[in-house]
Structures are given as C-alpha cells and as structure tokens.
Write a protein that binds this ligand. Structure first.
Ligand SMILES: [Zn+2]
Ligand SMILES: [Zn+2]
Length: 126
C-alpha cells in the first residue's frame, strides 16, 4: 500500500473546497493523482483539513485539475493551505483561507504539462 493523504484545497473562483489525493513517492516528495469536490462538512468528518504536504510535488499525468475551474496550478500559502493559483498581474495573490495577500515566490516542484506547478506564497510584509 502506498501512503496517501487527501489535502484540502480551495478554489478562489468558485469559493468551494476540493480534495487533492497525494501519494507519497519518497520522503518529502508527493505525487498528486486526483482532485474531487468535497463538502466542507465531510471534509471535517474525514479530517481532510488536518492533512498537509510539503516538499516536492509532481503531477500524475491523469491529475484532472481543479473540479471547478480546471487549473492544475496550485499555490501553497504560508498558512499551510493550498488553493488554485490566482496570481494577479503584479505578482501577488490572496489566499482564500486566511485572506492574507502576499507575493509569489518561485516554489519547488515541477510544472505539469499545461501550465501547472506549485508556487509558494510568501507572507506579506507588515
Ligand atoms: Zn479552482
Ligand atoms: Zn493562507
């Protein structure tokens, strides 16, 4: 059995959450294999909101992208949550979980074909 977790992500466009299934490929290395819509209540029941992943990520070729807006790009906020990339022209983004904005820094992980990738949201200067 492969170790796998479900990480919650939020779609800033749809204002809804979805689960991302991540398989552990190696230490600090995750392969994202699936994304599916979840209800906030069942997410709590399944403890999806407690899972988090960090380190390197790669996209399985079958990864479908966000079930609402279809993007494969993700941003990991400094609050630890994941959401669909919504980078603005000035290179900043607002996290729909903690509602803090920040500048996008280049992150680890390899871009998925079709423009995916993980970027890290640095906490804003304050
Ligand atoms: Zn989305
Ligand atoms: Zn956040």
């Amino acid at each position: 059995m492969k170790e796998a977790v479900v990480v919650l992500s939020k779609c800033p466009q749809a204002h809804r959450i979805y689960g991302i299934r991540a398989e552990k490929a190696a230490q600090n290395h995750w392969r994202l294999t699936w994304a599916f819509p979840v209800k906030e209540l069942s997410a709590k029941r399944e403890s999806y909101d407690r899972a988090s992943i960090s380190g390197q990520m790669e996209w399985d070729p079958k990864y479908p992208g966000c079930p609402y807006c279809g993007t494969g790009s993700l941003i990991i906020c400094s609050c630890g949550h994941v959401y669909c990339s919504n980078v603005r022209e000035d290179g900043t983004s607002i996290c729909p979980w903690c509602e803090r904005g920040g500048r996008i820094t280049s992150g680890g992980g390899e871009g998925r074909s079709g423009g995916g990738g993980v970027t890290i949201l640095a906490s804003g200067d304050r």
